[in-house]
Design a protein. Sequence first.
Length: 229
Amino acid sequence: MATATAPPRIDRDRIERIVFEVLSARFGAGARAESAPLVVNISVRHMHITPEYLEVLFGPGAELTPGRHLYQEGEFAAEQSVDLVGPKRRMLQNVRILGPTRGHTQIELAFSDAIMLGIDVPIRMSGNIDGTPGCIVMGPKGHLVLEQGVIRAMRHAHMSPADAEQYGVQAGDMLDLEIDHPTCPGVLGGVVARVNPRFKLEVHIDSDEGNACDLPGATGLRLRKSSRR
């Protein structure tokens, strides 16, 4: 009996490149395909954690339980959360852990969160935690005294290589996010391009920035390569 074979999957990045090449051939080298829809999300305070530290906080054999899937494929807000204690002995409760687990432990806060905890938090790209401050992390089964790992994440844009080509940028280049709003329009500069074949086009800003520009009330959003260096 014959068995049906599923056709091979074509990944999103390859499809975008094919469309770009076809339009370029038809309309000239300067032609550009429409870029993927721009998604801008507010990244609230959260924690990334290693499997080892997860077991310290939640017990031997603990694994993250997906609670809500995020825009980037494979990433999720876990059901587990932790409490943070800073130098002022103030506590920030119910800080969500994002999954899956990673090779380093890192906490991302907004500026107002850091002020409340009494932490002089630097602005860093995710993963760049050398020389950053730490804090105490409380879980239901144990606690951690982190020597480093607390940052305020730089504004950044997740991009596939095709998206980066559309915007004329490479990994590490800066972009500007232009925000149309009836009462508080503005431009957020310093958006760092993060390029990876598995990324979908998405800009992340923190909760302070999202509140300042009233992102939910925005009537238009545009991302452009920055002219500043």
